[in-house]
Design a protein around this ligand. Structure first.
Ligand code: ADP
Ligand code: MG
Ligand code: MG
Length: 248
């Protein structure tokens, strides 16, 4: 599904990613761990097409297409979803309207008819039920005054609504209490279907206790320096990241 080869990325003249390689197949869950500043968010933002990151070398193909040649909207249309580390607040715009607009934008890209307000109401109700979420989030302004847990719920609801093939979650571990962690993990688990792939970016191993990843990768200084299974996450929890630096 996703193939990243020798990815080099800079921002404001800083080289951040320096030859990153990663292969992800349909249905797989990959955790990306690593110390602060190692480039995890840069990887996520680059895949989503955020403009401040310049790709200076390397290739990324997604479902056989050159991902880096696509505008951010086209990437979303193709099925790449990024849950932001810091969700935006949009006062005056109801969450319901925001989600309907986002869903119809990707439907248009995919050559599907737009959902009118009645069809969308049914559609989103189904997603809310799938995720066992409260419906009152829909009537409120996007993320305004949401608690940490509500913001995470909203991220997951948006993810479910856009029906992506590849979900990228870039977590603020420090901000997540155990309830928010469980919301995110429960959402991810209910959207796992053997086809959809996930990249779970995390600084701590905690969330991986709830989302069993197929692979765990350690990003350090802009490259993946070690890959393994869930036991690698456990080892990092016990030993930190220092021993990896010593190995290089
Ligand atoms: P992580 O998510 O692993 O903590 P980031 O990808 O956020 O790491 O950052 C990696 C490095 O790149 C850091 O040194 C950070 O300061 C730098 N960096 C990230 N984004 C930018 C940017 N937009 N402009 C300049 N430097 C950046
Ligand atoms: Mg960071
Ligand atoms: Mg980060």
């Amino acid at each position: 599904m996703l193939s990243i080869k020798n990815l080099n990325v800079s921002a404001e003249g800083n080289e951040i990613l320096k030859g990153l390689n990663l292969e992800i197949n349909a249905g797989e869950v990959h955790a990306i761990m690593g110390p602060n500043g190692s480039g995890k968010s840069t990887l996520a933002a680059t895949l989503a097409g955020r403009e401040e990151y310049q790709v200076t070398a390397g290739d990324v193909t997604f479902k056989g297409k050159d991902l880096l040649g696509l505008a951010p909207e086209a990437r979303a249309g193709e099925g790449v979803f990024l849950a932001f580390q810091y969700p935006v607040e949009i006062p005056g715009v109801s969450n319901h309207f925001f989600l309907q607009t986002s869903v119809n934008a990707v439907r248009k890209y995919r050559g599907q008819e737009a959902l009118d307000r009645f069809d969308f109401a049914d559609f989103i109700e189904e997603k809310i039920a799938l995720l066992s979420m409260p419906t009152d989030l829909l009537a409120r302004s996007v993320n305004v005054g949401f608690s940490g847990g509500e913001k995470k719920r909203n991220d997951i609801l948006q993810m479910a609504a856009l029906e992506p093939d590849l979900c990228i979650l870039d977590e603020t571990d420090s901000g997540l209490d155990i309830d928010a962690l469980k919301i995110v993990a429960g959402g991810v688990n209910s959207l796992r279907d053997g086809q959809r792939a996930f990249i779970i970016v995390t600084h701590y191993q905690r969330i991986l206790d709830y989302i069993q990843p197929d692979y765990v990768h350690v990003l350090s200084q802009g490259r993946i320096v070690k890959s393994g299974d869930f036991s690698l996450a456990k080892q990092l929890e016990e030993q930190g990241y220092g021993w990896l630096a010593d190995q290089q």
